[in-house]
Design a protein around this ligand. Structure first.
Ligand SMILES: NC(=O)c1ccc[n+]([C@@H]2O[C@H](COP(=O)([O-])OP(=O)(O)OC[C@H]3O[C@@H](n4cnc5c(N)ncnc54)[C@H](O)[C@@H]3O)[C@@H](O)[C@H]2O)c1
Ligand SMILES: [Zn+2]
Length: 312
């Protein structure tokens, strides 16, 4: 890509940082900014983010603050980034105690997703990306959900047509939500289904569990919460769990994790208000709570019961 840009007459220096969530830090951002300064990059430049969600969040946040903001072009190369992270304008870095706590809204000028790049994505990373795909269907589109249930084979075989359909549908769904509520004043919070528990799992694991894997586990347990809290039909919760399992995603509690730590971590979630954890819960496959108040708060005991496997 850099060569093509140079062939087209652009200067295209390449900045690289170590892969992984552990790099999504203020320290990496500072180091990259020092490099930009050394290269003499001014406010007439644009940043092209080529990589997974970590790269997109990092490059997007640097672009948001470099000379008070320069354009960013997202070129996602992981399934998770194509289907979710690269669109919507959320950029951030993590603090040691919590994910995405320092960041900015900065919409990409353009987004190019080429499924051919997924050919080299390691299997575990590929599979984890399906969590956000299932989430998109689960919050907005029961027909897409059924299509996913019938397309597990081709999707796992990385069939380009199946992947393009799935990613395209996710981008349409997310695009529509973000256009209605860019800054998450209300309805955008539906994109957080599964994420209250997921972020708590990630924090309690010291960020060693992949985001997508944590989202899959988070959706399974939040769907169980939804059965009582919003009247989600238990059969819908079971279909969700089955589809995630069929796609090779984790659906059970990681034994290494301390339950109390996870429950405590739900309070550090950005949605948390007045000390009560909040959840974006579906009331049916493809249907979230209507209106602007799309999250509900639940007490710790309710969560603990479900995590403990004591609730149905
Ligand atoms: N901004 C948002 O709205 C948003 C939404 C969801 C997730 N996220 C963030 O995205 C991150 C997770 O993204 P991710 O799952 O892409 O993880 P990642 O960026 O860490 O990528 C996963 C791994 O795959 C490698 N990789 C990426 N593309 C590859 C390719 N084509 N071939 C070979 N290797 C490749 C990466 O180098 C990395 O080792 C998290 O930090 C999460 O918070 C952001
Ligand atoms: Zn996510």
């Amino acid at each position: 890509l850099a060569r093509r840009l140079r062939d087209g007459g652009a200067e295209a220096p390449l900045l690289i940082f170590p892969a992984g969530e552990s790099s999504k830090t203020r320290e990496t951002k500072s180091a990259l900014e020092d490099e930009l300064f050394g290269l003499g990059i001014d406010r007439h430049a644009a940043i092209v983010a080529v990589g997974g969600g970590v790269t997109g969040d990092m490059a997007g946040f640097i672009a948001a603050t470099w000379h008070r903001g320069i354009p960013v072009v997202q070129v996602p190369t992981s399934l998770l980034a194509m289907a979710d992270a690269a669109l919507g304008g959320k950029t951030a870095v993590d603090l040691p105690g919590g994910k995405n706590l320092v960041g900015a809204f900065h919409q990409p000028t353009a987004l190019y997703a080429d499924v051919a790049t997924l050919g080299t994505l390691p299997e575990a990373e590929f599979v984890s990306g399906f969590a956000e795909v299932v989430k998109s269907a689960g919050i907005r589109d029961a027909r897409f959900f059924s299509w996913l249930e019938g397309s597990v084979g081709p999707l796992l075989d990385r069939d380009p047509e199946a992947l393009e359909h799935a990613i395209g549908r996710c981008l349409e769904i997310k695009g529509r939500v973000v256009v209605r509520d860019e800054r998450e004043a209300g309805t955008r919070a539906i994109l957080n289904f599964g994420h209250t528990v997921a972020h708590a799992i990630e924090a309690a694991s010291g960020f060693t569990i992949r985001h997508g894997d944590a989202v899959a586990i988070g959706m399974v347990f939040e769907a169980r919460l939804a059965v009582d809290a919003t009247g989600l039909p238990p059969a819908h919760a079971r279909r969700l769990e089955r589809l995630l399992g069929d796609l090779g995603l984790p659906v059970t509690w990681p034994e290494s994790l301390d339950l109390d730590e996870v429950v405590a971590a739900t309070h550090r979630d950005k949605k948390s208000r007045h000390g009560r954890a909040r959840y974006a819960l579906p009331r049916g496959l493809g249907r979230m709570l209507p209106g602007d108040e799309v999250t509900v708060d639940l007490d710790d005991e309710t969560l603990r019961d479900v995590l403990d496997g004591r609730a149905k």
